[in-house]
Design a protein around this ligand. Structure first.
Ligand SMILES: Cc1cc2nc3c(=O)[nH]c(=O)nc-3n(C[C@H](O)[C@H](O)[C@H](O)COP(=O)(O)OP(=O)(O)OC[C@H]3O[C@@H](n4cnc5c(N)ncnc54)[C@H](O)[C@@H]3O)c2cc1C
Length: 391
């Protein structure tokens, strides 16, 4: 039976960073990274946008081959199509996720992590020595791997957490269904990302355009099915594109789910931790999860390495991972979740009014903080909403 110290399930951003960090922290450990798909980073189920500051904690995007576009502006679009331009300077990057994910996995391999693709974890149970036995299916047939610590970085489907008895259920109101096309021959500012809100456009979520280059972009939206009018995400997207980008040519498409629920109550157990989407670590307000997954992977990998060195991989020892995550971002996500719930109660008329208010702020002074402050003064119905978010 093959043995490993740290077995990471899933080579997305959370898993590749977790494996890399564990091996770097304790090079003497055997660290194995399993990926179900034959190629890391394929298929892409993502709009590929990341904030500049978060990304730079891990990698340098300047001139990197896995970057598609540098973004200097955000354009919010109200339900009535009023545009509000915010920010100047580098604010975000649009990645090429196929290259980015494979870069992260290769970086882990380069420090000695054993990366196995086309290899799926199919179940796991605890053995008598306090290790996990993980059933694995891959090119070598069925195998059982023993591991001191398993890190579940297996995305929204999150089987590792379930096998370990963690509660990873998602309320239907917090599951966004997304559809996205790669659209060519469309007219937009190639240095800006566009976000449009509106009950008839994307109920419970929003629509986006993220440039991959000049005249080519990821164009998609997320909806909460419970709030929809019977149409699915793709039907909402087709309607939005027909209205805003009628001349576009579709060169790719994807669908996927985003969990906009705060971090699960317990992200660890005896010899196991879950990270990234598997632990609901997406920002519930924006739906962004790439950098969060990397941050969780970093904490999980380091915690696994330290715990194994100390000879204590009990749930009690691994609970430090959960605490560190909650201090870093988990508590903030709870606040963002409350803001999202409060915003969900406001109607399209409110957002149209807010856009006009925001446009009265001179563009060079227009920041998200200033917009919020103006909104509180000019739209007093926001005050109870804001109060509820912070108490
Ligand atoms: C349409 C859409 C648009 C999005 N846009 C953005 C965006 O612009 N910016 C942003 O920050 N976030 C975005 N997100 C969210 C983002 O994609 C995720 O938060 C991020 O990929 C999470 O990383 P992860 O490593 O936790 O999981 P994933 O990237 O999902 O990786 C999990 C990996 O585990 C593998 N796996 C699963 N089960 C097993 C198994 N049993 N055995 C082996 N391998 C397994 C999967 O194949 C996969 O490679 C978007 C999501 C969607 C659906």
């Amino acid at each position: 039976m093959p043995d490993s110290d740290v077995l990471v399930v899933g080579a997305g951003p959370a898993g590749s960073v977790a494996a890399w960090e564990a091996k770097r922290a304790a090079p003497e450990l055997d660290v194995v990274l399993l990926e179900r798909d034959p190629t890391v980073g394929v298929p892409v189920r993502c709009a590929e946008g990341v904030g500049d500051a978060g990304l730079r904690e891990f990698v340098d995007p300047d001139g990197a081959p896995w970057v598609a576009r540098r973004i200097t502006r955000i354009i919010f679009v109200a339900p009535d199509d009023t545009e509000v331009r915010v920010a100047d300077g580098t604010v975000a990057w649009i990645l090429d996720r196929t290259r980015f994910d494979s870069f992260l996995a290769e970086r882990a391999r380069a420090v000695g992590v054993e990366v196995r693709v086309a290899t799926e974890a199919a179940g796991m149970e605890r053995d008598g020595d306090g290790r996990w036995r993980v059933r694995v299916r891959g090119p070598r047939g069925e195998e059982v791997w023993r591991a001191r610590v398993v890190i579940g970085a297996d995305g929204v489907e999150a089987m590792v957490g379930r096998w370990a008895g963690l509660d990873t259920r998602v309320p239907a109101r917090d599951m966004e269904s997304c559809a996205q096309y790669v659209l060519q021959n469309v007219d937009f500012d190639p240095d800006a990302i566009y976000l449009q809100f509106g009950d008839r456009i994307a109920p419970g979520g929003y629509a986006w355009l993220f440039p991959k280059g000049v005249a080519i972009a990821n164009v998609g939206l997320g909806i909460v099915a419970l709030r929809a009018d019977g149409r699915n995400a793709r039907e909402y997207l087709d309607a939005w594109i027909a209205r805003r980008y009628p001349g576009g040519t579709t060169v790719g498409s994807t669908v996927g789910g985003v969990i906009v629920n705060p971090t699960i109550k317990q992200t660890y157990g005896d010899g196991v931790m879950v990270a990234g989407d598997a632990a609901h670590m997406v920002n519930p307000l924006s739906g962004a999860g790439i950098v969060n997954a990397m941050k969780a992977g970093r904490l999980g990998g380091r915690t696994a390495a330290a715990a194994i060195r100390e000879g204590d991989t009990s749930a009690r020892r691994l609970s430090s991972y959960h605490r560190a995550w909650m201090d870093l971002l988990g508590e903030e996500h709870r606040t963002h979740y409350r803001i999202k719930q409060a915003l969900d109660e406001l109607d399209d008329g409110f957002f149209n009014g807010l856009a006009r208010t925001a446009n009265r702020i001179p563009e060079r002074k227009r920041s998200l903080g200033r917009i919020f402050a103006h909104a509180l003064v000019r739209h007093p119905q926001l005050i109870p909403v804001a109060a509820r978010c912070f108490v």
